[in-house]
Each structure stands twice: as C-alpha cells, then as structure tokens.
Write a protein that binds this ligand. Structure first.
Ligand code: FDA
Length: 366
C-alpha cells in the first residue's frame, strides 16, 4: 500500500485526522471533490474581506479542550454572534430578549414582558398544538410568532406553518435579560484572517488532491491505503442500497457593493415571507473590517435533490432510521471509518466536529 490513510474530504474532520496522523508519522493522502480545501468552513479573500463561502461560520464552544485545540491554528477575535431580524423594515434583536420585547410592546421589566407573553398565550386558547403555528403561538404568543417566526419558518421549510408538524419547534428560546448574545457558550469568536488558514496549517506537508471525487476513482483509491477515513455521504458510499438520506440545501448569492457599510451587522435575518432570502451576511463585520467596499451574501433556503450540495442532514425519525441501517454496515467495516457531518449524518457544529475527530484519532491512532 502506498499510504497508511486515504482521507476523503478536506473539511474540518478529515483535516484534523490528517494532521494528527501525519504527526504520528503516518503517510496520508487527502482528496476532495471541490477545487479547494476546508469543506464548508472555507473562507476566501474578496476585496480584502474574508468571505465565508458556505454561510456564516461563528465558532463557539464550552469545551476548553476544543477551544485550546483550535487556537493552535489561528488567533480568534472577540466576535459575539448577535444577529438582528428585519421584519418589514422594523429591526428586532435576536434571540428573543428584553430588547426585542421592549421594541415590540414598550415593556421595560422582565415581569412586564412575561405578563405580555402569558397574556397572549392565554388569549390563543391553545392547549394541544396540532401544527407548528399553534405550537409557536402556545410558546411565545401571537406577536412574536407573526413578526419573527411565521415568515422565516415558512421560507425555510417551503410550506405554511399551519401545514408543518408541531414537533419541528420544541422550544423557542426566550430570554428575560437585555442580552443579545446568541450563544450561551463560554468561548466564542472568529479566526482573525479566516478559516482557510486553519485547514492550510493542518494539511501542511500532506499530499492533497483537489477536484478528485472518490466515486470517480473508486477502484484505484480503494486500494491505495491501508485505511480510509470517509467524510462524504454514507448512503452514497453504499450506493444508496437502502435508499437515499435527505438533506436541506441552500443557495448563496454573493455581491460586492461599493459602499463601506451596508447593514451594520454581520448577520441580518429577513423575517417576512415576501422577501425570498432568509438572511444577508455582511462578511467584514465578522472581523471589524474597515475596507472601502463590502461583500454581502444573500442566503436562500432550497429543497435538496440528489446532486445538490447537502448542507443540513434532516435528522427526523425517518432519516435517522435509514441512517442506522447504513451505520450497521459501517460498523462491520475494518478498513473504512466514517466521520463528519455527512459520514455520520448528523448536524454538527464545528466544535462537535473537533470533538468527534479527536475521538476518532484516539480510537485509531493512539
Ligand atoms: P464538510 O462538509 O465541511 O467537509 C466534507 C468534505 O468532503 C467537503 O470538502 C466535500 O467536498 C468532501 N467530499 C464529500 N464527498 C466527497 C467525495 N465523494 N469525494 C471527495 N471529496 C468529497 N458550525 C459552527 O460551529 N458555527 C456556525 O456558525 C456554523 N454555520 C454553518 C452554516 C452553514 C450554512 C452550514 C452548512 C454549516 C455551518 N456550520 C457551523 C457547521 C460546519 O460547517 C460543520 O460543522 C463543518 O464544516 C463540518 O465539517 P466536516 O469535515 O464534517 O464536513
């Protein structure tokens, strides 16, 4: 065998594994079907701004080990995710908190806000929600639902809320403090200079082949290494023998604007149904940029069809059951290890991926 490990996918999972294996003297080949490394955390410089090519990526974790691990590869800034919502030109803070309630109703104290929400929940008379609309109203009342939940959710799922099942929304986080920080984690930030440098450092000195799809060269690649770390789609690996797993997709529309500051915040959600995109990212604000121009990305929800980019695994009962059949096949493999969000069919944030990749390293390399 030419290599100890063939690593399919140069995303965060594959790159961490490659880095750790290389450190231990293992010979690795990393392949990726895209024309760049990094998977979905890839950033690219445009007009001097680090553009998050696959959607806003904000690093957050409460795991000290993970936080320390990632800092080997970049210095992080103090960015705190505090998105805002634009509903027909009215601006509200997210997640729903005292600033939101003050803007909605003029209430000032947490007690007043709670009373208002409870009054609306009571008025609705919903005791057993039958659909997402009823579920949301029974959790936060009609004002928040109408302005901040309804249109956005409808766009995301491509169906009216009263036709969506109630279980999609289990809870709607409501905060009775004047705190706009989206995450509750201990550590949070954006790598100064973007994410791609992290992957570049991880893969430094390791052979990488881009524009190389495993399935196009399967025969050659399957026997090129002692073991394979596979971070692509697990159902595709098994030739969809039990059927196709489902995903949600997105479309990104990027634009350079000849203005210094377009929207004053990195993330602005557009909550009314009539605006076709769900949010606009203004990338420079992730790193407090002062460049003369700006780059924005409109994010559109999209239904996924085979061949589209599979962004979010749909971890509902049906798909999880299907995944467990593929997982049973994977468990019998002694040559192939599946990892990452597509290999393990799970919505993972970056910190989860680091935890999983380090577990995989421990189980296979230590
Ligand atoms: P990833 O998908 O990144 O990498 C897999 C790689 O394998 C890809 O490069 C792909 O091209 C390659 N590949 C697949 N099949 C192949 C084949 N057949 N042959 C060769 N190569 C193949 N997380 C977070 O912590 N904070 C955040 O704010 C966000 N925001 C966010 C926004 C959006 C829109 C998305 C989609 C995701 C996020 N995330 C996030 C999650 C984050 O992107 C995610 O945790 C990691 O990128 C996952 O890394 P993986 O290596 O698992 O997969």
């Amino acid at each position: 065998m030419k290599y100890n490990y063939l690593i399919v996918g140069s995303g965060l999972f594959g790159s961490i594994f490659a880095y750790e294996a290389n450190k231990k003297g293992k010979k690795c080949l990393v392949i990726d079907k895209r024309n760049h490394i990094g998977g979905n955390i890839y950033t690219e410089e445009v007009e001097g701004i680090n553009v998050h090519k696959y959607g806003a990526h904000i690093f957050h974790t409460s795991n000290k080990k993970v936080w320390e691990y990632i800092q080997q590869f970049a210095q992080f800034n103090r960015y705190t995710n505090s998105p805002i919502a634009n509903y027909k030109g009215e601006i509200y803070n997210m997640p729903f908190n005292m600033n939101t309630f003050n803007k909605l109703w003029g209430v000032v104290t947490p007690e007043e806000a709670k009373a208002k929400i409870n009054e609306q929940i009571k008025e609705s008379g919903i005791t057993e929600p039958h659909n997402l609309e009823e579920q949301a109203i029974s959790l936060v009342g009609k004002d928040i639902y109408e302005k901040l939940v309804k249109g956005y959710t409808q766009k995301q799922w491509g169906r009216p809320c009263h036709e969506l099942p109630a279980f999609i929304i289990k809870r709607l986080p409501v905060r009775f403090t004047y705190d706009n920080n989206y995450f509750n984690d201990l550590y949070q930030g954006i790598p100064i200079g973007g994410y791609t440098q992290i992957i570049e450092k991880m893969l430094s000195g390791i052979e990488v082949r881009l524009n190389c799809d495993f399935f196009e060269h399967r025969k050659e690649l399957e026997n090129i290494a002692d073991k394979i770390i596979f971070t692509g789609m697990i159902d595709q690996y098994y030739d969809y023998c039990y059927g196709e797993l489902e995903y949600r997709s997105l479309k990104f529309e990027e634009e350079i604007l000849d203005t210094e500051n377009y929207q004053g915040n990195a993330v602005v959600n557009y909550n009314e149904y009539e605006v076709p995109y769900t949010r606009i990212i203004e990338h420079k604000h992730f790193e407090y940029g002062t460049q003369p121009k700006t780059v924005i990305t409109r994010e559109y929800p999209a239904t996924w069809q085979k061949g589209d980019e599979p962004y979010y695994p749909m971890n509902d009962e049906k798909n999880n059951a299907l995944y467990s059949k593929y997982k049973a096949l994977a468990d019998k493999e002694d040559k192939v290890i599946f990892g990452g969000r597509l290999g393990m069919y799970k919505y993972f944030d970056m910190h989860h991926v680091i935890e999983e990749a380090l577990k995989c390293v421990q189980n296979n390399l230590d």
